[in-house]
Design a protein. Structure first.
Length: 94
């Protein structure tokens, strides 16, 4: 089942919004408009940026524009990796 087939309430029941900084390629492929190649592009961009800081960072992914971003808005979230870093971790990844 694709996340796009679920209504907003079901998405939260299904396990909440997908964290783009931790999602696997298979999880990303569940999103509307995201196939295998685009999922890999998301992961490559995430690695190049050192993690996403905001959902809008998806616009750096080849093939993702404002239309795709608006479809993903209610299905995804970004938990900056610095939020989960151990205390004492330092610096920006960019």
């Amino acid at each position: 089942m694709k996340l796009a087939e679920l209504d907003e309430q079901d998405v939260y029941t299904f396990g909440g919004r997908l964290d783009l900084n931790r999602a696997s390629a298979k999880e990303l492929e569940m999103l509307p408009g995201i196939g295998e190649k685009r999922a890999l592009a998301i992961i490559e961009t995430r690695a190049r940026l050192g993690g996403f800081e905001a959902l809008e960072d998806l616009l750096d992914v080849p093939g993702i524009g404002p239309s795709t971003l608006s479809r993903l808005d209610r299905l995804c979230r970004v938990v900056p990796q610095s939020d989960s870093a151990p205390s004492g971790a330092s610096g920006s990844k960019r």
